[in-house]
Design a protein around this ligand. Sequence first.
Ligand SMILES: *Cc1c(COP(=O)(O)O)cnc(C)c1O
Length: 632
Amino acid sequence: MKNITLEEVIQTYGVENWGAGYFEVNRKGHLAVRPAEGDSRSVDVKELIDDLIDTRRLQLPILLRFPQILTNQLKKVQRAFQDASREFSYAGGHYGVFPMKVNPRREVVEEFLREGSKYNFGVECGSKAELYAALSLEQTPESLLICNGFKDETFINLALLGVQVGKRVIIVVEKLNELKMIIRRSQETGIRPGIGIRAKLYSKGSGKWASSGGESAKFGLTPSEMLECIRLLREFQMTDLLKLLHFHIGSQITDIKRVKAAMKEAARVYSKIRQMHIDVEFLDIGGGMGVDYDGSKTTFESSVNYTIQEFANDVVYTIKSVCDDENVPEPNLVTESGRVMTAYHAVFVTSIRDEIETFADDQPEVNVDEDDPQVIVELKALYDDINAKNYREYYHDALDHKDELHTQFNLGLISLEDRAKGEVLFWEVCARASKFAKTTKVQEEEFDDLKKILASKYLCNFSVFRSVPDHWAIDQLFPIMPIHRLNEQPTDYATFVDITCDSDGHIDKFVDLKDVKEVLELHPFNGDPYYIAIFLVGAYQEVMGNNHNLFGRPNEAHVIIDTDGRYHLKKIVQGSRVGDMLQAARYDKGQAWESMQRMINARVVGGLLDAGEGDSLMKQYQADINRYTYLE
Ligand SMILES: *Cc1c(COP(=O)(O)O)cnc(C)c1O
């Protein structure tokens, strides 16, 4: 038998649109996760969270990591390029590399390299620290270690060290003076690294990161700079080191047309260099493959209008056509996709702690008599007489009266009690108006706003700045939904506020197929644990999350899904404790304790505390250094 409510709820949250087959709702009305689309195994996330809380003593918020999803995304991208190469008889190979900036966590990068050893999958780094970390990781001898980013001599020396320990390092030149440094250091040491050049393409991406490409991009060499590079390499007889041509037109490219245009241009540049008798082996197309965060399959910022396979097909086909036309060998393709590989694997789970009321549903009855100020008497009349015919006019009148109420209060004409009474009446009128508006067929915009104003604010135990910084910084949408009660109709409209002391710490934009929702359908908060999850946070969010209010990294559980709904925890990683965050702000635990001890001693000497009380205060202060930074 079909469960009508369940079906409706699934539609409400759109999980089938953005879930990519990893996320779904099971018959208990709980969120379930699969290690791959169509896989028969799945884990019940509500039961998993209960287990983590009850038997593992782990506190929310918890970041769930599913390594199987990482490897499955890697396989999908690999397979897409393999299939495309077969379909178009592409002669070059495919070398994927993982761009560390997307998620530099050791467990994530190691997982890719472990699975990727089957496909000569490598690493891309963009800074000294990333390179330093990359050098410590095992990778197959054929796989690449690509060094992008702006470089100083230390960076270059570190890359040369990589060559000496047997890694297949390619240093990509972003600026002409980097090439001069590379040539000099190579001559001084006799070490011969692979060299790449990053081209500044005329083609741009689309969406938020379009400005990563185009003429005024921050990165890459203009055609005349590229020619100068080649001239320099010729002068020093090092053209044989020039192995790679690189470009990257931006992340989350929403429109496949932009991908094709960039490939055309880049393949021409490659061909022209080839025709100068320089055996560039690799064409590195950067990242940019997007994630359909809202599931709409459109060119909207939080979506993409192509699949992984279409992306791969267009890349391979376009490059092949140009190479045929120019009569040059087809290059090995290097791809640096990060977002699409990591986004799905991490799910952030937390709980609703409370509801912040604009106005409470259970207000006491307001008694109004003729002694009350005129404005209140009038609000009461609106409340009593509002109906389906006059609700629009009465709502406008109520808005005027609310202004009047506040003016009179500020002039000292009415009391705090009067103001409270007036506000309650105002919100009651709004609630009634909103109900009448819902029953009419035409959706009026002003009443959409009212829906937003009347929406509950759910206080959620997390920091937007730590866990979904892109929602705050660039209005990026992430799917959000409860992980249980999904066979129950969500009858409330709500937005989320986080526990930081920052009014920007909120989420009030939600994914929707046709639009962006400003309120999310949720279940009435009744005080029982109510868990929600934010999805697709595995790319960029962790590394860009910050220490605002000294909220730290959340607890983490790495989950492997075994047979039918069984799972095992591969690893639990404790989130930051109070002490960690103190350190981050340059406090010293020893100093803090010493100074607290001094204050306590002074109170004891002054006779305001006895010695026993002093001891226990000190013990408390010391113990709390190990507390979780979120609400416990
Ligand atoms: C950021 C970046 C990437 C990764 O891009 P995604 O859109 O996450 O795939 C790849 N290459 C370079 C040079 C980058 O700067």
